[in-house]
Design a binder for this molecule. Sequence first.
Ligand code: ADP
Ligand code: GLC
Length: 478
Amino acid sequence: MKLLFVASECAPFVKTGGLADVIGAIPKAVKGFGADVRVLIPAYPAFDQIADGATKLASFRDLYGGPASVLAVEADGLQLLLLRADHLFARPGSIYLDGTGVDWSDNHLRFGALSFVGAQVAQGLLPDWVPDVVNAHDWQAGLVPAFMDPKKPKPPVVMTVHNIAFQGLFNAEAVDELGLDPALFTPEGVEYFGKLNFLKGGIALSDKITTVSPTYARELLLPEFGMGLEGLLAAREADLTGILNGIDLDVWNPGTDPELVANYTVRSLKGKAKNRAEVEARFGLTANGAGPLFCVISRLTTQKGLDVLLECLPGLVASGGRLAVLGTGDKMLENSFVQATGRYPGAVGVVIGYDEGLAHLLQGGSDAILIPSRFEPCGLTQLYGLRYGTIPVVARTGGLADTVIDANAAALSADCATGVQFLPVTPPTLGQAIRVTTTLFEDQKTWAGMMRRAMRHTVGWDQSAKVYMGLYQSLSKT
Ligand code: ADP
Ligand code: GLC
């Protein structure tokens, strides 16, 4: 089965969040089921070296203002189709934002081009490799079905929603600039209250829609979570499924992780203390807290509820807890966390920035990971936390609700708790969850039991890869 993935990020090459991890992992996970996945992705500067060894398969004289080509290359076990279009993608810094932190003004053209070429590959641009099914991921690939030529054979398209907060909304003029069929600019197609909406187009025009957890699939039908697309999703409910993300068990393995100062396993947790000491040193956590060392590894945005955590810091520190934060994003949140290090010297440490290695070390050296998200389609950091015996303390929403077993009385007496959940996302409820975690931590036997259970929890791709394959197979037969 030949599968074309169209996406804007892919680990380990280019990553701003969980989307990249998932795009890097699914192709490997479904390979064992006979799937041949090619990932179409823009050739950002991060791919420069890799592109040197690539084979040119197709070219375009003018793709929205400049020449473009499709290059094939194998890297890190993935078959990549790089969309080379230097006028669109050869830019330093963020793949989405310009130097001032604002969306690149031509993002409609940049990701319109990705979608357009996705549609071309889907419909035979590469004669030696025509996909049986296309999986478009997030808004950047949302226009793939819209760009397909109705006169040519069309493979089925799956639209995967990783986060409905990002829809790719542009002024109506973009329809013309992109050369989209104006007949699609209707409420049944790509139009959304007079604007062009990439993700809406993807949801409306694809054969099936998936999202990244069963709970988020249900939440998406509600106005609080659907971000204006709940009506359309409700209309397509029969075609919508939630398939839980997994994690790459080789990349995230405390037993072998090269970013840890000491490796450890569920049978011998000893190494965790050495990693904790390293985290303390790296984050300046000199306070002698008797409580847990909490961490945060996150984009700093409203989604993640970290403004609520800021309000809980007095309680966290007063009860002997310490906090290490690794994150980047919203400047106000960045500043507030940096200021907190001054208010709680030695108890709160912050690194502003994106650092993959440090994210691994934090998972290895922290006792608990805080994820107070207002919504969370799946969330991967709680899965890494489980794998590293770093107890997830999470809001009961989306994939967080589906992957963490709350340490309530029933779960504790049945010996099945793996974390702590709370809702709603408010300072009192998060404060309470932090207190519950601290109490559990004080009983080191209970805590070690939870760590071991967490580490044994199934977090790989096996199960979900089967479900994805079932979906692709059912579509390729129709
Ligand atoms: P989202 O995709 O919404 O950002 P996920 O939990 O699905 O949330 O994925 C986040 C991914 O990004 C994880 O792999 C996490 O380790 C990583 N990450 C987030 N912020 C940082 C950071 N500042 N430095 C390193 N890795 C980070
Ligand atoms: C999005 C979501 C996150 C999810 C990731 C990968 O970025 O915010 O919850 O884990 O996509 O699917």
